[in-house]
Design a protein around this ligand. Sequence first.
Ligand code: GDP
Length: 224
Amino acid sequence: AKIKEVEFVKSSARAKDCPKHDRPEFAILGRSNVGKSSLINSLVRKKDVALTSKKPGKTKLINHFLVNKSWYFVDLPGYGTLANQLSVVSQVPDCRGQGFGDLRFAKAPDAARMDWSAFTKGFFLSRDTLVTVLLLVDASVPPQKIDLDCANWLGRNNIPMTFVFTKCDKMRAGKGKRADENLRDFQQFIKDNYRVPPPWIMTSSVTGLGRDELLLHMSQLRNY
Ligand code: GDP
């Protein structure tokens, strides 16, 4: 399951410019500052192949990286920032309803809308090689509406996802809720809203928590 080689392939401005649908893809997504670069660095463990700030292309592009010559890591533009919004969800929307099957979202509230550029949506809706979306969620803050909206949108469009909680080392954060309480709240949301809850993995780029689990999870999904 180890990442031995990462090769930048291309940056695409539109879904139809992406590489051919020839290999399994894992898209990585989350709001700005969620810890995406740190997580990728910790997965890849090589400074020179990491996708930090010096990633190819601009942040508003879809970046494809070929890993071990066999599958793609797709770095998608982040959505939102902690500064510009992140209203705390005081009441988790009730989205229970009809389910569609495995890993399918039951029924999203009408309000669930994602303010993505069309091309990000186009990517999700057009890539039949997409194995799963790794949806990064910051465990150091309470569940955020923008993350729930994103999960709702993916669920409503039947896009498989894996919740990857970041910053799980912050279990004793001074103010507000601790990461374990935040996690519990978010996990409750998942349980309440999915007939078959998508998998979730707890990670920390500081302690390395969840790193091997995430790599194993991806390799298992590839072999289906
Ligand atoms: P990005 O914008 O999603 O790529 O986020 P970064 O990886 O740049 O991280 C944003 C901030 O969160 C930085 O200050 C990181 O040091 C911090 N951070 C990222 N991952 C972790 C983590 O696992 N634990 C803790 N405590 N802080 C983290």
